[in-house]
Write a protein that binds this ligand. Structure first.
Ligand code: BJW
Length: 254
């Protein structure tokens, strides 16, 4: 196995300059410097709340009001933050790629919309979006951009579909649910064809996203990880940049 290069910005930039099709897999860590908690880190959502009570179809079935309170709060938090240097560095780099006839796509596990607000265009949202709802009856999708930070949602106030008046749910992929077929197909296509993969701010424990970067490495393509942790998520990754990605990613892409 090739030697892993830690904080080798110069070496990484040589690889970057030759790459024609780049994928960037992002997770909650990229938004932490914007002030959005991660899931599993200190102060993370799943350190305070049980994911089984809030992010499963069973939880929504048994207590939709509680699940809506959580997602209304999450939307409120996201609406009151801004893209940080890491989101901006990716958006700038996508523009550079476009002008040179190269391709960069972001495959994000995040639902906070910050990549789009930073100006990125090629974004695949694996786990949905906080600013959309989907009808539980007819799958009609609707935007949901209101800043509802009501602490309690009453049963009679649960949001209803404007077409059929059935209950709507957050447009989020919960544990045990399949990812959107088309989203997964496009992601796999990119994973199988890219010549460089960046993995930014994810613990790489949630599937299927967790297998994307290892699959790229298995094809012999370079993977560069940006995470505050000293240890890489996978020993087959070529580069590891420990530290806050707002700093490391900007330096690497600068
Ligand atoms: C920084 C930083 C800074 C911080 N700079 N870095 C195969 C094997 C085993 C289990 C499964 C399997 N296939 C499917 C499963 C079940 C399940 C799963 O993977 N479970 C695992 C926990 C084991 N997967 C699913 O259910 C998925 N569906 C599926 O696969 O369908 C088919 C199927 C179903 C059932 C069985 C088998 C097959 C759906 C997954 C849906 C995930 N949903 C969530 C919540 C909803 C979205 C929301 O509310 O926002 O998505 S869970 C949560 O985790 C959220 C995230 O997108 C996801 C990933 O978390 P992420 O982004 O990695 O955050 P953290 O907090 O974990 O990590 C942050 C990282 O940032 C850390 O590493 C920090 O160090 C770092 N960091 N600051 C750089 N400044």
């Amino acid at each position: 196995m090739a030697k892993r290069r830690i904080s080798d910005f110069e070496g990484f930039q040589k690889v970057l300059n030759n790459a024609k099709s780049i994928i960037v897999l992002t997770g909650a860590g990229i938004s932490s410097e914007s002030g959005i908690p991660t899931f599993r880190g200190e102060g993370g959502w799943w350190k305070t709340y049980r994911s089984a009570d809030l992010a499963t179809p069973q939880a929504f079935q048994s207590n939709p009001a509680l699940v809506w309170e959580f997602y209304n709060y999450r939307r409120h938090v996201a609406l009151n933050t801004h893209p940080n240097n890491a989101h901006k560095a990716l958006s700038e780099y996508e523009k550079k790629c476009k002008s040179e006839g190269h391709h960069l796509a972001i495959i994000t596990q995040n639902v906070d919309g910050l990549h789009k607000r930073a100006g990125s265009e090629n974004i695949i949202e694996l786990h949905g979006n906080l600013f959309k709802t989907i009808c539980t009856n007819m799958s009609f999708r609707d935007p949901n951009v209101k800043d509802d930070s009501l602490p309690v949602v009453m049963k009679e106030d649960l949001p209803k579909c404007k077409k059929c008046n059935s209950l709507v749910r957050p447009y989020i992929v919960w544990f045990g649910e399949n990812l959107d077929h088309e989203v997964l197909r496009k992601s796999r296509e990119l994973v199988e064809s890219c010549d460089l993969c960046l993995v930014v701010g994810t613990s790489s424990v949630v599937y299927p996203a967790a297998m994307f970067a290892p699959l790229v490495a298995q094809r012999g393509m370079p993977v560069a990880e940006f995470n505050i942790t000293e240890e890489p998520a996978d020993n087959s990754f070529a580069f590891h940049f420990p530290g806050k990605c707002g700093t490391t990613l900007q330096k690497a892409l600068g």
